[in-house]
Design a protein around this ligand. Structure first.
Ligand SMILES: [Zn+2]
Length: 91
């Protein structure tokens, strides 16, 4: 007495992690600019197309056009108050 209905081959809820699949997802890394004259140090967003860990410690051009040092200690959006308003708008 087999019933062929259903056919449920649920693969579970782990569908989100699919290793091996490189998706061109645009992500942002958090970068800290240095205080420069009257400009205070701010958190900026850096557009990254790979793992932010690869950019750790590197100076990259931020979304707003500033050079800032990428850090992996924080993730964009940074839960801080000293965040670049331009980067907040565009990232
Ligand atoms: Zn910025």
């Amino acid at each position: 007495m087999g019933w062929s209905g259903g056919g449920v081959l649920c693969r579970g809820a782990g569908a989100a992690d699919n290793p091996g699949v490189t998706s061109p997802t645009l992500t942002f890394a958090a970068a800290r600019s240095r205080a420069h004259g009257p400009t205070a140090a701010l958190w900026h967003a850096v557009e990254v197309h790979r793992a932010p860990a690869d950019l750790d410690g590197a100076c990259e051009l931020t979304v707003c056009g500033t050079l800032a040092r990428v850090t992996t200690e924080e993730h964009w959006p940074v839960p801080a108050i000293d965040v670049c308003p331009a980067c907040t708008t565009h990232a």
